[in-house]
Design a protein around this ligand. Structure first.
Ligand code: HOZ
Length: 463
């Protein structure tokens, strides 16, 4: 449902903003067409500038776990706004926020607020390096930890979608300190650790990857990762920017019952405002300035508006633990409906779900790591995306992202989505122009961008 006002705005935006957007995936490049410009959101819906209504499964990429503009967050913000917008000095709200995070996430004993998930992960690895006196880190192919230099090596999310999994502008020296292991493959980690003994400061991982689509880590893999980190004195960092307060009130670490040394947060803890945080063991966190020698700072860190919204969100979560049951029920209902559609239409596409995070992959393969994720046919996803959009369902405009269910999604929303999904998949079935690539050989992180940029499939199709 591309709309004329959105088109005009996109043209105007491109005159002043690189690519017309402030974050690349919003440009719809990987699905084609014109991005829709959003005017407002309420509950499970958003409206574009032309007045079209959509059921929103992006939810600002995760934070809107209660849907858009919940009254209790609006109220908290209005009250905070009366007192001023920023002081660059301590406020009581920051204590409330830190206490809530420490109470809800058991591995967090001290926590520092920042302004985004990117800042949280950048600060967490600096801290891990300062604490251990070691330089290298291990990250996993397809995981995305924001756009800090150290993480833009074989990264997921927009970096993957736009074909720059390893970004220009990252120095060779920085890149050489980031070692890449394979998700869910403990041997790949062991190899790196034994080759780089006493050089690795941290292993950072999304315990449920949400930036190569949704890909859960296996419990065995995470447990082994924990043991390796303990044995080798490596700081284990769970990047819970997406999963924190989303898959459980205590994040993925609660779900898996594994304690990382440090965790990073974002999204939900800001209640929709720009907030991030990193926290963990006291003995590591006390190395942060002003207690210790690892410098980290920010004028807007702990900003009173952001804290007010975050405190409201986390207080609601603390007082309503049943929301996770509700989210699970709604998401399972959606998953069941979508899977039934696929079965009925004879399409063996993989649908991954962890709690309220879902991803419809366009491949019949099991998706459990980066290599299997990129078997997904992004061209098909683009068609699927537009069919859904035409039916008033707003999905992530890229294959390698997560869709999010909120407590505001009604049964009617979910039923409408299931019907639209059936129709969209049916269209794919009927469209003879594509052939499902059951097995694609030759796709890797270096050449996948060719496919995205040219629209021509790389690799060998096996029909
Ligand atoms: N890459 C972000 C989600 N994984 C999207 C950021 C945005 O466009 O807001």
């Amino acid at each position: 449902m591309t709309t004329s006002k959105s088109k005009i705005l996109f043209k105007q935006a491109q005159m002043y903003i690189p690519g017309g957007v402030n974050s690349p995936v919003r440009a719809f490049k990987s699905v084609g067409g014109n991005p829709i410009f959003i005017k407002r959101g309420l509950g499970s819906k958003i409206w574009d500038v032309d007045g079209n209504e959509y059921i929103d499964y992006v939810g600002s990429w995760g934070p809107h776990i209660f849907g858009h503009n919940p009254p209790f967050i609006k109220k908290a913000l209005a009250e905070a706004m009366d007192n001023g917008t920023s002081f660059g000095a301590p406020t009581e709200l920051e204590i409330k926020m830190a206490k809530l995070i420490c109470e809800l996430v058991h591995s967090v004993e001290l926590v520092r607020m920042v302004n985004s998930g990117t800042e949280a992960t950048m600060s967490a690895i600096r801290l891990a390096r300062g604490y251990t006196g070691k330089d290298k880190i291990i990250k996993f192919e397809g995981c995305y930890h924001g756009h800090g230099d150290s993480f833009l090596i074989k990264a997921g999310s927009g970096a993957l979608t736009f074909g720059v999994p390893t970004s220009l502008g990252v120095t060779k020296a920085t890149a050489s300190d980031t070692l890449i292991a394979d998700y869910n493959d403990i041997d790949s980690v062991k190899k790196l650790v034994s080759k780089n003994r006493n050089k690795i400061a941290a292993i950072i991982i999304e315990p449920v990857a949400g930036n190569m689509g949704v890909v859960p880590a296996s419990k065995k893999f995470l447990k082994e990762l924990r043991s390796i980190c303990t044995e080798e004195k490596i700081v284990l960092i769970f990047d819970e920017v997406m999963t924190g307060f989303r898959v459980a009130s205590g994040g993925a670490q609660e779900l898996y019952r594994i304690k990382p040394d440090l965790s990073t947060f974002g999204k939900i803890i800001g209640g929709g405002l720009p907030v991030g945080a990193f926290g963990g063991k006291i003995e590591i966190m006390e190395k942060i300035s002003p207690l210790g020698p690892v410098y980290q700072a920010g004028t807007l860190s702990g900003n009173p508006l952001a804290m007010a919204a975050g405190v409201a969100a986390l207080t609601y979560i603390k007082n309503h633990p049943q929301i996770y049951k509700t989210l699970e029920e709604k998401s399972a209902y959606l998953e069941k409906g979508m899977k039934a559609n696929l079965k009925e239409l004879g399409m063996k596409f993989t649908l991954n779900r962890v709690g309220s995070m879902l991803c419809q992959f366009m491949t019949p393969s099991v998706v459990n790591d980066f290599k299997s994720a990129i078997k997904s046919d992004t061209g098909l996803y683009a068609k699927y995306f537009h069919s859904m959009l035409d039916k008033g369902i707003y999905l992530p405009p890229a294959q390698f992202e997560a869709m999010f269910v909120s407590t505001a999604n009604t049964k009617r929303d979910l039923d409408r989505t299931i019907v639209a999904h059936k129709d969209a998949i049916n269209k794919l079935v009927k469209n003879k122009k594509f052939s499902l690539r059951k097995l694609v050989e030759g796709i890797n992180s270096e050449n996948i961008h060719k496919e995205v940029n040219t629209g021509k499939p790389v690799g060998k199709e096996v029909l």
